[in-house]
Design a binder for this molecule. Structure first.
Ligand code: PLP
Length: 410
């Protein structure tokens, strides 16, 4: 090309490419275990009853319109979303230590947080972002596209299908002071393996010793255990840990836990622990505003209004709690069912990890060759790492999937 001399066509995105192959497959009994989106027992997308009711309430409310939001976003959403992640009685909120900015779901939150840190973080010379190994496929390119350096810390011990805590802690110790550590707040993607409470305490203490900055990715609050409070344990422990003096950045997505994937509802919350935090927070807010203004001008309104409605209405809020239980318990039931079937089939290997893991995904341990045979021979689609979205399983397809796993493993 005369005008795009260095351009090359890229292969399709692994996940969205998988979705395209699945859609093109004409087999009636194909199964989609690829993309991380909740499905009901008939394999259909599910609009949460809390969301349906909130939509009705919102549309019928006086003054409902489609005007622009302010650059920071929808104020009631920002207030409620901070409360849901930090807790009703959060001291950080009461003391005004938090700056909140609405974002384009979790991905937009990570991108905004990355851009902010790249431009303004001066707590270390290197400012590298450390990601778990493995991690959500998009993390790497979100940060590198901003010109940030990334590195990884050990996380998954493949031999024992458990957390490599020693390697993780060692990485925290070895990283230059003031590095940026991205932590999955709960329901780690892709492994479905979270640190225990005791392990979190060790991890956070080690981080505090090195003055690292924590960047929490919270994409599954309430989705893992069904309990919003439980799934916020890591974040709240970090914020309540007096030894942590560095800023804490939270990237919050409402895609999965309210099932509003395509509406792009999310936020960045920055908790600042410096003495003169009020002055600094005003500067942070103004700079986040500038970034948003140049990128999207102002955040999308509809989804934020729905989520704010759910969060601020006691009846809808309790409906949402129920909906979270519906989703998380169906997934847990499917984990148990799949494992039980594999045991009955005497499929070689130990399958305990399927039920030990939490959240949307199971890191099955299937190899790329097995995954590719699953797709070709059985029409069962998962990403090549062997990560399966358990939400794609239901009473009608779990037996087929178990038999297919059994066939490819033997
Ligand atoms: N972070 C993790 C770990 C995820 O798994 C996802 C979605 O799959 C996201 C962030 C962001 O999702 P969204 O941009 O749809 O909120």
């Amino acid at each position: 090309s005369k005008f795009f001399a260095n351009i090359q066509e890229l292969p399709p995105d692994p996940l969205f490419g998988l979705k395209a192959r699945y859609n093109a497959d004409s087999r009636a009994d194909k199964v989609d275990l690829g993309i991380g989106a909740y499905r009901d027992n008939n394999g259909k997308p599910w609009i949460l009853p809390a969301v349906k009711q909130a939509e009705q309430k919102l549309i019928n409310s006086e003054g409902y319109n489609h005007e622009y939001l302010s650059i920071s976003g929808y104020e009631p959403f920002l207030k409620e979303s901070a409360k849901v992640i930090l807790g009703e009685d959060s001291v950080a909120i009461k003391q005004n230590k938090i700056v909140s900015q609405q974002s384009l779901s979790g991905t937009g939150a990570l991108h905004l947080a990355g851009a902010f840190l790249k431009n303004f973080y001066t707590g270390s010379n290197e400012g590298k972002v450390y990601l778990s190994k493995p991690t959500w496929a998009n993390h790497n390119q979100i940060f590198t596209s901003l010109g940030l350096k990334v590195d990884s810390y050990p996380y998954w011990d493949n031999d024992n299908k458990s957390l490599d805590l020693k390697g993780f802690l060692n990485s925290i110790k070895q990283a230059p002071n003031g590095s940026i550590f991205l932590l999955h707040a709960c329901a780690h993607n892709p492994t479905g393996l979270d640190p225990t409470k005791d392990q979190w305490v060790q991890i956070l203490n080690e981080i505090s010793q090195k003055n690292h900055v924590i960047l929490f990715d919270s994409a599954y609050q309430g989705f893992a255990s069904g309990d919003l409070e439980k799934d916020a344990f890591a974040i709240r422990s970090a914020i309540n840990n007096d030894k942590i003096k560095t800023p804490i950045v939270i990237c919050q997505s409402f895609a999965k836990n309210v099932g509003m994937y395509g509406e792009r509802v999310g936020a960045v919350h920055i908790i600042n622990n410096e003495d003169n935090y009020e002055t600094i927070n005003r500067a942070i807010k103004s700079q986040l505003n500038k970034l948003i203004r140049s990128e999207v001008s102002n955040p999308p309104a509809y989804g934020a209004k729905i989520v704010a409605t759910v969060l601020s209405d006691a009846k809808l809020r309790s409906q949402w709690d129920q909906d979270l239980t519906t989703m998380s318990s169906r997934i847990i039931k499917m984990r148990n069912h799949l494992k039980q079937l594999l045991i009955e089939l005497k499929t070689p290997g130990n399958w305990d990890h399927i039920t030990n893991q939490t959240g949307m995904f199971s890191f099955t341990g299937l190899t790329p060759e097995m995954v590719s045979r699953l797709e070709e021979k059985h029409g069962v689609y998962l990403v090549s790492s062997g990560r399966a979205s358990v939400a794609g399983l239901n009473e009608h397809n779990v037996e087929k999937v178990a038999k297919a796993f059994d066939e490819v493993v033997r």
